[in-house]
Design a protein around this ligand. Structure first.
Ligand code: BTN
Length: 270
């Protein structure tokens, strides 16, 4: 990855103005925590060409292909109420969907952190934070996107896809990243300065592929079926199961299993 190519495409004031580039590393999120300890500034970006022990959500591992995937972490110092922490993966998701759209690819969001193309995962976001009292002191936004991978380079069982597979053309990862940061800075400032989550809520809802749809929701070893109503002012998920609404701040949504089941029910006229 070329640091100067990212910066040449940036229109931001803060995000990505300082970049730490590692030829290889275990996890850019872990590097970001170390940089915070040594006094990193807001907006500092960590990038790598080869991540060997990437972290995914819920303790899962994140696999990336050297030289082809986009693996990066961004350091923020929001200084806002910690109840807004749930917005960070959502804002990043909006910024990614819009960046990919500018580059000719339509993607959708799956709550809370997946970038999807018709049921296949193109990328994910892992946000980690440090809270002091009720203040969100540090946020690390880890982004993992499949960009220039061919089908045989992605794990088949995970139903993954890449920018290259979906659009039949490769693209510079630096350009994708710069566009994401350009979009994210405005969204981040909107959250931070105006505390205006109404517009952010609208933006996210427009880009989500399962609002008002039947889904399976998995949280704390419990699975519920119901309608995903949307998100609330804190970015938490609102589920409606048998008329009862439940709010979730974390969890996993499964859409496909449910669609398959519906197909089975209609085929067998149950
Ligand atoms: C997920 O969908 O589970 C989230 C994946 C996030 C992966 C990215 S890759 C860059 C950053 N560094 C990490 O160790 N993880 C995140």
């Amino acid at each position: 990855m070329f640091t100067n190519l990212i910066q040449a495409n940036l229109t931001t004031r803060v995000l990505g103005r300082e970049i730490e580039h590692y030829t290889w590393t275990k996890s850019t999120n872990e590097d970001a925590w170390k940089l915070i300890e040594s006094g990193a500034n807001e907006g500092t970006l960590v990038i790598t060409d080869k991540q060997t022990a990437g972290k995914g959500r819920a303790g899962r591992i994140w696999v990336s292909v050297p030289g082809k995937s986009l693996t990066t972490s961004l350091i923020l110092t929001p200084g806002i109420n910690s109840r807004l922490a749930g917005w960070f993966p959502l804002l990043t998701g909006i910024a990614i969907v819009d960046a990919l759209k500018e580059l000719g690819l339509n993607t959708k969001l799956k709550w809370p952190n997946d970038i999807m193309v018709y049921g296949k995962k193109l990328g994910g976001i892992l946000c980690e934070s440090k809270i002091q009292g009720s203040i969100l002191e540090w946020v690390i936004i880890g982004i993992g996107l499949n960009i220039n991978e061919h089908e045989n380079e992605l794990p088949a069982d995970l139903k993954a896809t890449s920018f290259l597979i979906e659009s039949s053309s490769s693209i510079q990862r630096e350009l994708v990243l710069a566009k994401i940061l350009n979009n994210l800075e405005w969204l981040y400032n909107t959250l931070k300065e105006n505390r205006d989550t109404k517009i952010l809520l609208e933006f996210w809802t427009e880009r989500c592929n399962h609002v008002n749809k039947k889904v399976k929701f998995e949280a704390d070893n419990d699975t519920q079926e119901g309608i995903f109503v949307g998100i609330n002012n804190d970015g938490a998920a609102i589920m409606n199961s048998n008329g009862k609404e439940t709010i979730y701040t974390s969890g996993d949504i499964h859409i496909e299993t449910y669609t398959k089941r519906l197909a089975y029910i209609s085929k067998n006229k149950l």
